[in-house]
Design a protein around this ligand. Sequence first.
Ligand code: HEM
Length: 87
Amino acid sequence: MAAMASANRDDTAFENADVLDLERTRNPHVAFGFGVHHCLGAQLARMELRVGLGALLTAFPHLAVHEQPSWRVGTLINGPSELSLSW
Ligand code: HEM
């Protein structure tokens, strides 16, 4: 089974692979899979994120991460266990 999370941080595929760069122009990620089973909801998910994050940043234009988050470890899906924000 391919580890897509690892593939998305492959430094032979991405420049500065470990950096969260939302403006990457060359971005051959496989977050939505690849090939015949490529996610059928990818365009809907992209649109929802664009609308949702756009609305959030319009409502809170100074939203910022206040402190470095602590991360959940040992789970399949990565993410912060807490996120302290200021706005
Ligand atoms: C950020 C949100 C999402 C992510 C990261 C995501 C990710 C993925 C990935 C990696 C696959 C491929 C799985 C595989 O290769 O076996 C997949 C397949 C699929 N996704 Fe998504 N997905 C998202 C949202 C959605 C949404 C919103 C829908 C539907 C409304 C959806 C429907 C599907 C379906 C039906 C498949 C199966 C396609 C197939 O096997 O032919 N996904 N998704």
